[in-house]
Design a protein around this ligand. Structure first.
Ligand code: GLN
Length: 337
């Protein structure tokens, strides 16, 4: 574990501001236009209904922390949130149980293995390692408050709705399609139980996880949800404080380390911004203190990340100045050696 001694030290922030509204709007439309024609990638079909998605769909949205909204293309087209739910349920779990408890139960380090890996669990004595892979997400879902599966599910649905600033609903067709073909996630749930790392009935927890993945969102919703994490937990459109600023910081750190699965290091190296993807083609990317981008396009690369969404967010990261690691020499500083 990393040694820390931060008790009583006030958190200061390290952020700047986006360019003006018109410039952001221009760049969002430019990012969309620039990558619209890209045909690479394959639509996921291991959840049968996802295979029916139109590969031409492409939506992009940016929401800034002042509530400014920019939508391009199919930004209002609904799709199931899938793995992107993991980061918001994780935020709710930290809000409920605190930094240490969730860190100890779920972990924060990248597994370096695919999102549905069973090997990753076996290699770590059943410890899920991080909440952005399926095993860790199932363990996180189990932490939701509620004495019945229905109560836990309702907490997730209302919590994610507060992030989105509107009532999110279940896509029944996606839920049933995944529930009928969910043996691998049920296997992960049973394995967690066998290691004593999951409380309650594992099939019931996996069923709640399956429902959370089938909540319908749009690229616009993802941008609002991400912007809430960029704004110290306050939804910049509704003004509601959904989670605390500390929860946002913790969530974004884990998302930066593992949001694009085994490509997370490469993503940080190339694009430099915490982002989470899902197999239906969504990606949300969050720039703390500035805002967030939501993108949607079904064709995926071999790690399960939407190709057009990565390209468009990569463009915005560079053009809008979202890369957390970018700096320029301070003007006026002498450069002699
Ligand atoms: N519901 C999907 C699953 O559990 C989510 C995976 C993903 O989006 N990467 O397999």
């Amino acid at each position: 574990m990393i040694p820390t001694d931060l008790v009583g030290v006030v958190q200061q922030v390290s952020t700047g501001a986006l360019p003006g509204w018109d410039r952001v709007d221009e760049l969002v439309h430019e990012a969309h236009h620039r990558h619209m024609a890209d045909q690479s990638g394959t639509v996921a079909d291991y959840i049968p209904i996802l295979g029916a998605a139109d590969p031409a769909l492409f939506g992009l949205a940016v929401v800034d922390v002042t509530g400014g909204v920019h939508d391009a293309g199919d930004a209002l087209h609904p799709f199931s949130i899938q793995s992107i739910s993991k980061m918001f349920v994780y935020a709710l779990a930290i809000q409920e149980h605190g930094h240490e408890r969730v860190r100890d139960i779920v972990g924060v380090n990248n597994t370096g293995l695919p999102f549905n890996s069973v090997v990753a669990l076996e290699l770590n004595a059943g410890h899920p390692m991080n909440p952005m892979v399926n095993a860790g997400a199932i363990a996180t879902t189990a932490l939701m408050p509620g004495t019945t599966p229905e109560e836990k599910w309702e907490r997730i649905r209302t919590g994610l709705s507060a992030f989105a600033g509107r009532e999110l609903t279940l896509d029944d067709e996606v839920y049933h399609s995944e529930a009928e073909t969910n043996q691998r996630n049920e296997g992960l749930g049973s394995l967690l139980s066998s290691y004593g790392r999951l409380e309650g009935d594992s099939d019931a927890i996996v069923d709640i996880y399956t429902r959370q993945c089938a909540l319908n969102v749009t690229a616009h919703d993802l941008a609002v949800m991400g912007a809430t994490l960029a704004d110290g937990g306050v939804n910049p459109v509704t003004g509601e404080q959904v989670v605390s600023a500390d929860v946002c910081r913790d969530t974004l750190a884990v998302v930066a380390a593992s949001g694009l699965y085994e490509r997370s290091g490469e993503w940080l190296f190339e694009i430099g911004i915490p982002a989470k993807s899902g197999v239906s083609g969504g990606i949300v990317a969050v720039s703390p203190g500035k805002g967030a981008a939501g993108a949607f396009s079904p064709p995926l690369d071999s790690a399960g990340n939407s190709v057009r969404s990565q390209l468009a967010i990569g463009y915005l990261s560079r053009a809008l100045g979202l890369n957390l690691f970018a700096s320029a020499p301070r003007s006026g500083v002498a450069t002699e050696g």
